[in-house]
Structure formats: C-alpha cells, structure tokens
Design a binder for this molecule. Structure first.
Ligand code: HEM
Length: 276
C-alpha cells in the first residue's frame, strides 16, 4: 500500500515511520511536527488512492513493449544496411518483406502481423508511461524535492525523447511507407506486387537535407531513449544477480549503440554521395 505520507525536503534522508490509521480512515505520522503539518511540508492524508492496475504491472508492460521495439529496430537496421549492397538487392529485400510465408499467409501477411504487434506495443507503452508519470507526480506530494540524485540527462528526458520519437515514426511512415505527398519526396514511387522502389524512395528522401537532418536527430534521440530504457528494463524485470545485471547492462548499451551507428550511417552516406 502506498505511504500516505509525503515527506518534505527535510525528511528526505530519514526513513519515514510507518503511519498508523486513525478511526476516521486517515493516518497520522507519529512524531510529525505539528508546525510542519500546518505549513504543508508533510501531509497525513493520502497523496493518491490505491490504483486498479498496480505500478509493477505498468512497469512490466513498459519493459516488455520497449524490448519488442528494440528487437524490431535491430532487425530493421540489419535490413536497412542492405542499402549499401545496391538498388537491386535492397529493392529485392523490400519486396521479399511483403511476400514472407506466402502462400501460407497472404501478401503482406507477416508485415500486417508486425504492424499490429508494434501498434499494440506502442499504445500500451505510451499509456503505461503516462499513468506512471501521473502517479509519480502525485506521490511526490505538495512540496516535491528538486534535483533528485542519480538522474541522467536521458533519464530526466524520457518523456520528451518519447514524444520526438512518436513524431518521427509518424513522419517516417508517411515518408517511406505511405508516400504521402508533401512529406515523401516528389519522385516517390509506390511498390507493386511485382517490384519495390524502396531504394529510390529512400535515397530521394535523404537527399533532402532537412529530412536527412530530422532522421539524424531522431536517431540520436532514439539512442538516448533506448540507452536509458534498456537500463530500466534490467531493473523492471527484477534482474538481481550481479553478473546477470552487468551482462544485461552491457547488452542493452551495445544494442542501443549498434542501432544508432548502423542507422545513422545511411542518411550520412546519402548526404555525402556515397549512396546515390
Ligand atoms: C536511417 C534509419 C532508417 C531507415 C533508412 C529506414 C528505412 C525504412 C524503409 C525503407 C521502410 C519502408 C519499407 C517498405 O515499405 O518498403 C521503413 C519502414 C518502417 N520503419 Fe524504418 N528506417 C529507419 C529508421 C527507423 C526507426 C528509427 C524506426 C522506429 C523508431 C523505424 C520504424 C519503421 C516502421 C514501423 C516501418 C513500417 C514497416 C511497415 O509497416 O511496412 N524505422 N523504414
């Protein structure tokens, strides 16, 4: 049960005594200074009611959906790197994505399964993030502490980097998957059941400096989000062994770095004319 007591800045380093419920259903803080109560530095009323979905479930949802995204991004990056093997190979690969498991599944079958899984994961990830953020804010009470220790730049800005990434995903889908006029390059050519023009579309998109710059900024943002997110996954999945944690932290960092470097090479290669 969450503590109904929100300690003020002075109480930060001491362990709060367990509050005792009164007949009125409120709790009192033994030894609480009446002056501190009167000034609102501590409170003996609940800072929030007990939630229907426990916070650990929300954290688990964030960890699992975040890991699904990270794994998708790793596979997506390997696919993207095929751009360095030339137009023919890349377009063949992009076309093959639509045909995986045919005729067992229809055209685009695997892609649609992936789209549904990613969309559900995205919604669950965002809803859980918003709920946890709200709870954290309420739990901090009326006089929240400033400058909590052990917070990195990436950790403090997860919500901001998440919003940038969401905007990027919308832009990216309109740019390269849907080919929306005004977002996609003017020369965008939609794929058919016979052939894909993914290479030409990608190169034309990245030849626009503003679009390439947005991809680069989004990939740097993604690195920050992933690097902190994957560290959090280790905590949220309850990994406690020293060696397991060390391996998990290293794997998370390596994954975030690989996704950054593997992807960022592509807009840079187009901008510098290595890929054309
Ligand atoms: C430089 C980096 C990237 C490149 C070159 C790239 C390239 C592409 C291309 C060419 C497609 C369209 C494939 C097709 O329809 O033929 C695509 C689709 C997609 N990309 Fe990326 N991508 C990059 C980064 C990202 C990132 C960072 C994310 C996620 C945060 C992402 C998520 C997606 C998604 C969800 C699809 C849609 C798959 C589908 O439903 O068809 N991509 N990407």
């Amino acid at each position: 049960m969450p503590s109904p007591v929100s300690p003020g800045p002075q109480a930060a380093t001491t362990t709060a005594p367990t509050p005792e419920p009164t007949p009125q259903g409120r709790a009192t803080l033994p030894g609480a200074e009446p002056a501190a109560l009167a000034a609102g530095r501590v409170t003996d009323t609940r800072v929030r009611t007990a939630p229907t979905v426990p916070s650990w479930v929300l954290k688990l949802v964030m960890a699992v959906t975040g890991t699904i995204f990270a794994l998708f991004l790793l596979v997506h990056m390997f696919g993207n790197l095929k751009v360095f093997t030339g137009a023919e190979h890349f377009n063949e690969y992009a076309h093959w994505l639509h045909t995986i498991l045919e005729p067992f599944l229809p055209w685009n079958g695997v892609l649609w399964i992936l789209r549904v899984v990613l969309s559900i994961s995205l919604v669950a990830h965002v809803v859980a993030a918003v709920l946890l953020k709200q709870r954290a804010r309420r739990s901090r009470g009326r006089v929240p502490r400033k400058r909590l220790p052990l917070k990195t730049f990436a950790g403090r800005n997860m919500l901001v980097t998440g919003i940038v990434l969401f905007a990027f995903i919308v832009f990216h889908l309109l740019d390269l998957t849907v080919g929306t006029p005004g977002v996609a390059p003017a020369s965008y050519t939609a794929g058919t059941t016979e052939a894909s023009f993914a290479y030409q579309n990608l190169v034309a998109s990245f030849q626009r400096p503003a679009a390439a710059a947005f991809y680069i900024v989004a990939l740097l943002t993604l690195f920050l989000h992933l690097a902190h997110g994957l560290v959090t996954v280790v905590h949220d999945l309850g990994m406690t062994g020293r060696r397991t944690r060390a391996v998990a932290f290293a794997a998370g960092g390596a994954l975030a770095l690989a996704i950054l470097l593997g992807n960022i090479l592509i807009p840079v290669a187009v901008l510098t004319g290595v890929v054309k």
